[in-house]
Ligand binder design. Sequence first.
Ligand code: SF4
Length: 347
Amino acid sequence: MLAIPPSITDISVEELRSELDLEPRYRLDQIQHAVYSTNSTSFDDILTLPVGTREALAKKFSYEAVAPLRTETSLDGTKKVLLRTGDGSVIETVQMPTERHKATTICLSSQAGCAMGCTFCATGDIGLTRNLTSGEIIDQFLYFRRRSGDEQVPDRAVFMGMGEPLANLAAVEGAVRGLVEPGRVGLGARRVTVSTVGLPSGIRALADWGLSIGLAISLHAAVDEIRQCLVPVARRILLEELMDASTYYQRIAGRRVTYEYTMLEGVNDSRVQAKEVVHLLRGQRCHLNLIPFNSYPGARYRGTAPDRIRDFRDVVGLGGVSVTIRRTRGRDISGACGQLHAGGLTN
Ligand code: SF4
């Protein structure tokens, strides 16, 4: 099998500095600026570099680790791009307009497919192909930054695409550092959120990175029996252990945690279950996001009706837990939460 060269975004500032050992000191800034802050899409575009330096870099690194196969645009302005990595794995990345003027959020994939098998998620149905590298994750963001123009500026990243980020911890740490560092993507920690199915060791590691990025945890039920039907990993990780890790994050990172709760008709949407949520979360530094279920071919659930979602929200809110209903984006192009499946083409 042919070796795939790493992306230039796979390496840290220190590694790039040592690559440029014999070059003048300002080369590092020239390359960082071109890669992270301009629309250039190849080393040949960096005209500030001598030809020899461009050629040497191009022999060792790829400039863009992901290439587009197909783009779909939703009626609400959401864009979903099917991307191919150097070895032919395919992933999906989504750009969502936000309430903020001209700003967009990029929903990143951390794995091609996913091994977690959540029973309400299209990605869970296709299984895992492989982990993505840090560069392949960062390059999803840069793909949009280089092509979006002034009307749709990507200024936030959420790890809510394909895959379980905390099952690919080292690469996700490298990607998060690349996203927040001022000399690289430069988003800052407040604009990056990692979403997890709820792996306690990964949540504690995330807290210990010392970056104070946002954390979202897939809850979906406040009692173990129901959660185990929805999130298979919950059979070995009980809510008590998950809540311990979550409160650790709240304390160490100094951030409120967001809990995600997909509303499934007749499964987790009763008033009794809303009260169970209150019982579990009251007193935590947290917010609950209620997510209307986004169906997909072969889905085994139906979504809760909007009026029942509002009723659930009211019960939780009256119980003293901060709660909102998430606005769905990109459902008509299968680009909404839980719908990503890379057209069934994972490799
Ligand atoms: S919800 Fe997330 S963790 Fe669960 S199967 Fe889907 S992508 Fe994987």
